[in-house]
Design a protein around this ligand. Structure first.
Ligand SMILES: Cc1cc2nc3c(=O)[nH]c(=O)nc-3n(C[C@H](O)[C@H](O)[C@H](O)COP(=O)(O)OP(=O)(O)OC[C@H]3O[C@@H](n4cnc5c(N)ncnc54)[C@H](O)[C@@H]3O)c2cc1C
Length: 359
């Protein structure tokens, strides 16, 4: 019997637990995560707008573990040593393993090394931070990608519904939704304007002072609450880990989701770079897709099977960005649609995802 340690209660490990219920395996399994709950980012926008409560957007990992006879431990892992096959928690506890799988997500880069601005990552910090942010006098979001836009637009909607002045500003270093193509940028710009979100594009923050920031082109913007959503950076776990990380600091795995030199180290989701697809965007869609493969490969590896499956990312996937007031921007390849139906589809997909874990 082997000891499998799962680090992080991210999408892939939740799928592992769910599938374990259907086909249990005769190995000792421990899941260690930073919080007893996994918060589902697909529903963060709905929470921000006030459409979902806290229990709608989180999955109790401990309960899921209990149902599967998996031991659950709350701890933040700060070191993984592939030579001695141990992981170390912030608690000081050492966890030995035969096989380890890591699914801890990513971090968000700190704004100008500011330690005063709190991050929504790890995900369990999200509800408290957004609660303060959305009711602040002048909330400002840095980052014009889908996460920044969703939270800026749904904060705007929440404020209007709660009789507060919109007063939300979004600053983007490039054009809005730059990875979507110009059609997407134009559409979201129109939506933002119509909804009263103030957008500053192609501008970077140069100086940060208490309640005022200055941009490269010398614009002074007052803020009461700041959220930085400038894209994923590696978790501190791999920062000093020369044995496991790639040049950017993500865990390097191959398409079977294993480390080349230490094949008993598996990883999935935002925390990994897949060697064959180094530019793969980090999002929940790929974390879920890798989760299904991870389940099969971990089981095969534990049963000493030689052939493992290979991850191939799908070329296109449906993306729906919530824009507030129960509207959404749906994109699929070059197709775009904005409206209430898009949000309804998103709501349905997200609810189905949560229901698949019985919540
Ligand atoms: C506001 C926002 C909205 C988003 N909306 C979408 C969307 O609609 N669709 C989409 O596809 N993507 C979306 N994303 C991106 C998505 O959140 C991530 O790509 C996705 O969460 C990655 O999943 P994961 O399983 O790798 O990690 P995560 O979901 O981040 O889960 C990591 C887990 O590991 C735990 N953990 C973290 N560090 C440690 C540690 N050191 N030790 C132990 N446990 C640890 C955490 O508590 C957490 O439970 C959004 C992101 C944001 C910020």
């Amino acid at each position: 019997m082997n000891k499998l340690v799962l680090i992080g209660g991210g999408h892939a490990h939740l799928i592992f637990l769910r599938e374990l219920l259907a086909t249990p395996i005769p190995h000792e399994i421990i899941l260690i995560s930073a919080d007893p709950y996994q918060y589902y980012s697909g529903m963060f926008s709905g929470f921000t707008e006030g459409l979902y409560g806290i229990d709608d957007i989180r999955i109790p990992i401990e309960k899921l573990c209990q149902e599967n006879s998996v031991e659950f431990i709350v701890d933040t892992i700060i070191e993984v040593d592939p030579i001695n096959k141990t992981a170390k928690g912030i608690s000081g506890q050492i966890y030995p393993f035969d096989v380890v799988s890591i699914n801890i997500g990513s971090s968000i880069s700190e704004l100008l090394d500011s330690t005063t601005i709190k991050s929504i990552k790890p995900n369990y910090q999200f509800p408290d931070i957004i609660d303060q942010f959305r009711s602040g006098e002048k909330p400002v979001i840095i980052g014009g990608g889908s996460a920044g836009l969703e939270l800026a637009l749904t904060t705007t909607a929440w404020r209007k519904n709660n009789n507060q002045e919109a007063n939300v500003t979004l600053i983007s270093a490039s054009r809005l939704l730059s990875s979507y193509g110009t059609k997407g940028s134009t559409k979201i710009r129109q939506v933002a304007k119509r909804k009263g979100l103030e957008v500053i594009e192609n501008e970077t923050v140069e100086h940060l002072q208490q309640n005022v920031l200055t941009t490269k082109r010398n614009q002074r913007i007052e803020w009461s609450h700041l959220l930085s959503l400038t894209g994923p950076i590696p978790s501190p776990l791999f920062k000093e880990n020369e044995l496991l990380k790639d040049e950017k600091g993500f865990l390097l795995v191959n398409s079977t989701l294993q480390h080349n030199e230490y094949p008993f180290v598996f990883g999935a989701g935002d925390c990994v770079t897949v060697e064959e697809y180094p530019l793969l965007p980090k999002n929940g869609v790929y974390a879920v897709r890798q989760g299904h493969l991870l389940v099969k490969n971990l089981k095969a590896y534990l049963e000493n099977q030689e052939k493992l499956l290979h991850f191939t990312p799908q070329k296109r996937f449906l993306s729906i960005l919530s824009t507030g007031n129960q509207e959404g921007l749906l994109t699929y390849g070059s197709f775009y649609f904005h409206g209430k139906i898009s949000w309804k589809i998103k709501h349905y997909i997200d609810k189905q995802f949560m229901h698949s874990f019985h919540y």
